[in-house]
Design a protein around this ligand. Structure first.
Ligand code: NCD
Ligand code: ZN
Length: 346
């Protein structure tokens, strides 16, 4: 059976949630990632270094004894975040960045930012402390079509921001469009993007033709095929500005299969096999390791992992569902075939 060995990956964007589901989320990702950047969109959000430290403790308490895993914490930027909050975050060894959600853009973003004008001193402090800014890049203007919200964000907000703070490190998270690929490729150093497995594997036809598939609904929403192709080219190009960030974002089956379903796909059970499938289809398996295990660490100025992960090319079935607290979560590819599987470490 064909086998590949890669440097152990990291996940530069994940939602672990809180409480009794941490057991699921933390141990699924710890099977394959050494580090993961943990999103702060809890209810209420993680807004201070002290709250991030407490959340870190809860995550570590959920980790099984035989696993090694390092959560990299983030703060949730609000209109009230001060330069002092940034200084405290930057002094914390546990915090690796600050997340900007435009208010109302996605799950649990009600406390997000309503405008950047008043936050300029806070952004200046981030630039000064060299603390990265992670961005959910969508406008929330009701007049803008949901499929155009990422492109409009680049035009209205991101372009000016990149210029006004010329040394601020910025990650445009979970990009979904050719526009974002072009913008990040052409931007100055210090601007990068993460790409999810679902945006490499699926387009909006997969979500909508022949019936609505709520488990493929995530934000930013899946776009038309030409955008998926642009993302596949970027991910497999070997350009270090594009790296892994699964955006694994679990919701219970009840909240997904609903008249007003939540946004988010769960991929932590099989993220690396799913990425491997894409890289294999593109004829670029040799580029997988840099995408999953090198470029993100380099951007965040962390050491690359020293241990490895083995992948075997053997068809296997993804589970129909996974236990998720007192409910369940339907993972990506549920009940369907995966082409690769992780080889458990000896
Ligand atoms: C995420 C979630 O559920 O927290 N949902 C999603 O569709 N990606 C939030 C986010 O990253 O936008
Ligand atoms: Zn996310």
């Amino acid at each position: 059976m064909p086998r590949i060995t890669i440097t152990r990956p990291d996940d530069w964007h994940i939602h672990l949630r809180d409480g009794d589901v941490l057991d699921r989320t933390v141990n699924d990702v710890a099977l394959w990632a050494h580090r993961a950047v943990v999103m702060p969109n809890l209810t209420p959000p993680v807004k201070t270094a002290a709250e991030a430290t407490q959340y870190h403790t809860r995550i570590m308490a959920a980790l099984a004894d035989n696993k090694r895993f390092e959560p990299l914490m983030t703060l949730y930027l609000t209109d009230a975040t001060t330069p002092q909050d940034i200084k405290e975050a930057s002094d914390s060894e546990l915090i690796c960045g600050v997340k900007l959600y435009p208010a109302g853009a996605t799950t649990n973003s009600a406390a997000g930012v309503t405008g950047l004008e008043t936050l300029k001193p806070t952004l200046a402090a981030m630039q000064e402390c060299d603390l990265p800014l992670l961005i959910h890049g969508e406008v929330t203007d009701p007049d803008v079509d949901i499929f155009d919200r990422e492109a409009k964000f680049i035009e209205r907000t991101l372009g000016p921001l990149v210029e006004e703070f010329p040394t601020l490190r910025i990650i445009l998270e979970h990009i979904t469009t050719q526009d974002s690929v072009d913008f990040v490729s052409e931007s100055r150093a210090g601007v990068a993007a993460t790409i999810t497995p679902q945006h490499l594997l699926f387009d909006r036809n997969d979500m909508l033709v022949g019936g609505i598939r709520p488990h493929l609904f995530c934000l930013p929403i899946l776009k038309r095929r030409q955008h998926k192709e642009a993302l596949r080219s970027a991910a497999t190009s070997g350009n270090p500005k594009f790296f892994i960030g699964t955006d694994s974002a679990p919701h219970t089956v009840e909240t997904k299969e609903s008249a007003c379903g939540c946004a988010g796909c769960y991929s932590a059970h099989a993220a690396i096999p799913l990425y491997a499938e894409v890289f294999e289809e593109e004829g670029c398996l040799d580029k997988l390791e840099a995408f999953t295990s090198h470029f993100g660490a380099d951007f965040y100025r962390k050491a690359r992992n020293e241990d490895t992960l083995d992948l075997v090319r053997q068809d296997n079935l993804a589970p129909d569902y996974l236990t998720f607290g007192s409910s369940s979560v339907i993972p990506l590819r549920a009940g369907e075939s995966l082409r690769w599987r992780l080889e458990p470490s000896q």
